[in-house]
Design a protein around this ligand. Structure first.
Ligand SMILES: [Ca+2]
Length: 136
């Protein structure tokens, strides 16, 4: 697993531990998993994750909700492979992964935002601090 992804999963787990989801949120989570046909989070497959993302997109879930849902999935034992799939997904095709959008950009990972490609100079000389973002 890529180091960045590992850090993203750590970030998600940390976020999850800080949360105290209320009854209503848990109900919403349950509805999403039900609709995706997922009975046991720990047995969720990448296909299930893909289906879940489609449901979230259809229901116009907020970035905060998606972050919370993934945090709950992490608590409930979703495998690293599944979490990695969620975090690395870019189903809106705007070039930013779900993890980048919910942790860094604060944008909706299910709806394309105005693409903001990095300046050309930055592509040629990648920022040495890029991988440190997660450690702040
Ligand atoms: Ca995206």
């Amino acid at each position: 697993m890529a180091e960045t992804t590992h850090l993203q999963i750590q970030e998600l787990s940390r976020f999850a531990q800080e949360q105290d989801f209320n009854q209503q949120y848990c109900q919403y989570f349950g509805d999403v998993w039900d609709e995706a046909g997922i009975k046991d989070i720990s047995k969720m497959t990448v296909q299930d994750a893909e289906q879940t993302l489609k449901i979230l997109a259809d229901s116009e879930a907020s970035p905060q909700f998606i972050k919370s849902l993934l945090a709950q999935a992490a608590i409930d034992g979703a495998t690293p492979q599944v979490l990695e799939y969620f975090l690395a997904s870019d189903i809106d095709g705007d070039g930013r992964t779900l993890a980048q959008e919910i942790f860094q950009d604060g944008t909706n990972p299910l709806q394309p935002d105005t693409p903001q490609p990095p300046p050309k100079g930055q592509v040629l000389s990648p920022s040495p601090t890029e991988d440190l973002d997660w450690e702040i």
